[in-house]
Design a protein around this ligand. Structure first.
Ligand SMILES: [Zn+2]
Length: 282
């Protein structure tokens, strides 16, 4: 783990299975509708999540305990309707970045993913029966056949590839104009994360690497990934892109780096780490 990196969208202090009893009855609520959180925009950021909507707007949904922060229990729930009150507004997680502190963003990110898990698992995948949230399992259980579905987290690898003072960067078709990032891809069934890293690099940019070294990880709730970051040194091969996935890839000198991904991503943290290391050498 890189000691200098504090990933966004991650909680560090939330006790996932903590105490739900606050002596003063305090709690934090994350009302979610289709991955966006309802916030009282007139309150200060530290009070954004103190509002509990009226009971009739919660009817028909389950209130899910997601953990305890500094002795305050936190709950999320998926609102069936796009319920709103004056001075309240929905925000997605990208919009919340910078509006609340990193710890609260991490908890909000967990809230969105758990509410979304609830929304997308109301019926059993085996028999179609109704499901119910089971706190001890952190899962949705079928009331008919007992099958349990768990929140899906999709691991993905992302690798910074270095050669002398150059960085191999690539852009996919859906990147904002001019922005380059690092090679990344999902881990597939039966794979180790190391295998996935070597495979993705070979498939997407055609080169091979050595000295694959773990850097850090970041939960990436868009919708439910876990990014696992590595650094590696170039071994051999010429760049040859997979046009299905990649629009362009090239070696960029440390002093000629293109437009970078946003600060909140581990991709940017890896690139900043590389740039800092080279700046320190000069
Ligand atoms: Zn079932």
């Amino acid at each position: 783990m890189n000691p200098h990196y504090r990933p966004s969208f991650a909680t560090e202090e939330l006790e996932f299975h903590g105490n739900e009893n606050n002596p003063e009855g305090k709690a934090l609520y994350f009302p979610v509708h289709r991955r966006r959180i309802l916030i009282d925009t007139l309150s200060r950021p530290e009070s954004y999540f103190e509002y509990l909507p009226e009971e009739n707007s919660i009817n028909g949904t389950e209130v899910i305990y997601i953990g305890t922060i500094k002795e305050i229990p936190c709950y999320c729930f998926e609102l069936e309707e796009e319920f709103c009150e004056p001075d309240m507004q929905y925000f997605d997680l990208h919009e919340l970045y910078g509006m609340v502190d990193e710890e609260m963003l991490g908890i909000a990110s967990r809230a969105v993913q758990m509410a979304d898990f609830y929304r997308t698992h109301r019926y059993c995948g085996l028999c179609g029966g109704n499901t119910e949230y089971v706190p001890v399992e952190t899962g949705m259980q079928c009331q008919n056949c007992s099958h349990i579905a768990y929140p899906r987290i999709s691991p993905a690898v992302i690798v910074l590839i270095e050669k002398d003072e150059h960085l191999l960067m690539a852009r996919s078709k859906n990147f904002p104009e001019g922005v380059y990032g690092l090679v990344a891809g999902f881990v597939e069934a039966g794979e180790t994360i190391e295998h996935a890293a070597h495979r993705e690099i070979r498939e997407e940019v055609g080169v091979s690497v050595k000295d694959l070294t773990y850097f850090a990880s970041q939960p990436w709730p868009f919708p439910s990934s876990l990014m696992i970051g590595f650094t590696a040194n170039f071994a051999e091969g010429d760049i040859s892109i997979d046009p299905e996935e990649i629009e362009d890839a090239a070696w960029f000198h440390v002093e000629d780096i293109p437009k970078l991904p946003q600060k909140k991503s581990i991709s940017r943290a890896l690139i900043d780490h590389f740039l800092d290391e080279h700046a320190a050498k000069e």
